[in-house]
Design a protein around this ligand. Sequence first.
Ligand code: 5RP
Length: 231
Amino acid sequence: MTSPAPASAPTQDELKAQVGRAALDYVVKGEIIGVGTGSTVNKFIEALAGIKDQIRGAVSSSEASTERLKALGIEVFDSNAVEELAVYIDGADEIDGRGYMIKGGGAALTREKIVAAQSRRFVCIADASKLVNTLGAFPLPVEVVPMAARRVMRQFARLGGLAQVREKDGAPLVTDNGQHIIDVTGLRITDPLGFEAEVNQWPGVVEVGVFAHQRASVCLLATSSGVRTMR
Ligand code: 5RP
């Protein structure tokens, strides 16, 4: 007798879809919800389409997510039109056991932090590969005013970081806010709260991609054996 073939491990795409669906449990019915940016959030938006009649709409953290939400018939509100959001759902590039994150791989970090700041609860959705002990292996995104880019890059060099201007089609990438992104490698961020506060006061920095003051309240982590909840 032959035994059944072992089930193959879920792909990263399947894990993202799984955690995107799991986030529906955190959607507050009858409310406007905050929606982040990225491939994991795109899975969440697909799942959200199934319950779109149960929410009033969304505040979005990027033009890309806005387009997807509107295409599904979900109303998108300006963040200035909403005082407070019950929940913000977004992905991360790295998250540690305390809920501190690196974000901005999709260049939307500034709007993401704004929507996170106006939300009572930040639900991070990620696959297990994003969980780290110490932030910094993922190149840290920093949104900068273009004329300050070189100076900010030199400041990171003094901290041991190597910064590069992010490019798209051979030219500096321009964010939804009309600014540039630098990505910094070689950092080990042991004090995320202090680091975020320090870098954010450098002239020309619009926002640093460390989310410590706006850390995740809950993280849903997709693993090959199901979705794990970290609080
Ligand atoms: C975009 C982000 C994303 O949340 C982060 O890059 C994770 O993206 P993905 O779900 O595609 O891995 O911060 O600016």
